[in-house]
Design a protein around this ligand. Structure first.
Ligand SMILES: Cc1cc2nc3c(=O)[nH]c(=O)nc-3n(C[C@H](O)[C@H](O)[C@H](O)COP(=O)(O)OP(=O)(O)OC[C@H]3O[C@@H](n4cnc5c(N)ncnc54)[C@H](O)[C@@H]3O)c2cc1C
Length: 452
């Protein structure tokens, strides 16, 4: 039985934590507290100001199937009113290319035609052989089941058996090869690898396809995308303002102990007592301040993450790029550490910064230091004809927490899901679904629906 008087602690005021609060509130819960360690809300949705406008150091865009983000927009009375994304492609010499245009790539016609055929086959396979692949979260996948909500505006609850879903534990590259559609990686790689989500030879297909379900990928292809004029951080600032209980910023949580049916949280040196706790902060670090169980320690030690570096740079007007560019040749594991995308957000002015994106790790290879990666990226930018004159901001993100094939296939997610609610503790945030705004917010919606 739901008890709306329960005292609930939410750790983290990013999309997962704030949306959990919104959905709790919509269900009648009002006795919740959001504890945020930083002095601002939004987490990886981070939109600093520059010359009177906001640019993006974190999340940039959404697609029309961002239903949970849309719930937030409705709750706040805002909409996706940002600048249209204009992008093109460059090769390593900085020459503009048209990788998907057969007329401009006569030599590539056979490959492009084959890719189009495979894309059609892939779309059909996802609907049939992999039915249920795109529900939010990973419950049951390793056992060949799906259990969740359809990615449609009405989010119908669906569940069933489908042994083929076990293939989703394979790295995406192997998954494509198994299904004879290896060329579709050319399409998926743009919104996946360049957005910092790792390389297809190491990341399980489940992550790739739950984020980039067929419909979402086609929205990327058609540039049918959402952005926000005041930045993605604004979405979460608005939500925080609208909530009955705003996030408590600068909260330093030093311990969480769970006993006697209560949760004791030491925050800024004071002990606070709660009935339940929802953790949206990285689970990998939970044992550092929780009285973690052996199972929590064991499971959360399996989490890895991407080192995704973003620079905001000024350029001289003559070096300012006309639009944003993708460099496909830099999205392979061999070229880790290199510039994969650079983003010109404000097409109507050259007095704004541009942002650059690079991944500096690959499993099995060494991880570049941030300073080394920065050097490579600035050199690459120069080679593109868009040399930076000054770096005005830089972020090295703890990005896209995930587990690898072995642990995915061994049922990591079902083990963590089975712990939901034990010791009054619930797990949400990126690792539980996927590292984008909507998957995390949607997971919070379902968590509230399932347990509160
Ligand atoms: C460069 C970049 C580009 C991106 N592009 C997109 C995009 O275009 N579209 C998209 O949908 N997504 C994008 N994302 C991903 C998206 O921003 C994240 O998936 C999303 O913000 C995750 O939400 P979250 O609440 O789970 O985690 P986070 O956003 O990381 O929020 C977690 C919050 O918890 C707080 N916290 C952590 N530890 C503690 C603690 N111990 N105590 C208290 N508080 C704590 C953090 O300070 C943070 O505020 C991008 C991210 C980055 C970095």
């Amino acid at each position: 039985m739901a008890n709306i008087n329960e005292k609930i602690c939410i750790i983290g005021a990013g999309p997962a934590g704030l949306s959990a609060a919104m959905y709790l509130e919509q269900k009648g819960y009002f006795n919740y507290t959001i504890l945020e360690k930083e002095d601002h809300v939004g987490g990886k949705c981070h939109s600093p100001h520059y010359n009177g406008r906001r640019y993006e150091m974190g999340a940039i865009m959404g697609v029309p199937s961002y239903y949970a983000v849309h719930d937030v927009e409705e709750f706040c009375g805002i909409t996706h009113d940002g600048p249209k994304l204009n992008r093109n492609y460059k090769n390593l010499k900085g020459k503009v290319i048209e990788p998907f245009e057969p007329k401009k790539n006569p030599l590539k016609i056979p490959r492009l035609l084959k890719m189009r055929k495979q894309l059609k086959v892939f779309g059909e396979l996802l609907e049939t052989k992999y039915k249920g692949y795109d529900v939010n979260g990973h419950r049951g996948v390793a056992e060949g089941r799906y259990d969740g909500y359809a990615v449609t505006p009405d989010r119908e609850k669906i569940s069933g058996e489908n042994p083929n879903l076990k293939d989703l534990a394979l790295p995406f590259k192997e998954f494509c090869e198994l299904n004879g559609v290896e060329l579709v990686q050319d399409i998926w790689i743009g919104p996946f690898t360049s957005f910092g989500y790792g390389y297809f030879d190491e990341i399980p297909a489940a992550y790739v396809l739950k984020y980039l379900d067929f419909q979402t990928t086609m929205n990327f292809v058609k540039v049918n995308l959402w952005t926000w004029k005041e930045g993605t951080q604004y979405i979460w600032e608005c939500l925080n303002d609208k909530l009955r209980n705003q996030a408590r910023l600068n909260s330093d949580i030093t311990s969480v102990e769970r006993h006697d049916g209560k949760v004791f949280v030491t925050v800024n040196d004071e002990v606070e007592v709660y009935d339940k706790i929802i953790v949206t902060a990285p689970l990998q670090f939970l044992p550092n301040y929780f009285d973690a169980t052996e199972e929590e320690k064991e499971l959360f030690s399996k989490i890895d993450y991407e080192r995704y570096d973003v620079l905001a740079v000024e350029t001289k007007p003559e070096n300012h790029p006309e639009i944003s560019y993708y460099i496909f040749d830099n999205m392979t594991p061999e070229r880790y550490g290199h510039l994969m995308v650079y983003y010109r957000r404000w097409k109507d002015s050259v007095d704004q910064v541009i942002t650059t994106y690079a991944l500096r790790n690959h499993r099995g290879k060494r991880t570049y230091k941030t300073s080394a990666c920065k050097k490579i990226v600035l050199k690459d930018l120069e080679a593109m004809g868009n040399a930076a004159s000054k770096v005005v901001n830089e972020k090295n993100w703890y990005y896209f927490p995930h587990v690898f094939t072995e642990d995915y296939a061994a049922g990591w997610y079902d083990k963590v899901e089975a712990m939901q609610g034990m010791n009054g503790t619930y797990y949400a945030g990126e690792i539980m679904s996927f590292g984008d705004m909507d998957e995390t917010a949607e997971y919070s919606r379902e968590l509230v629906d399932r347990f509160f």
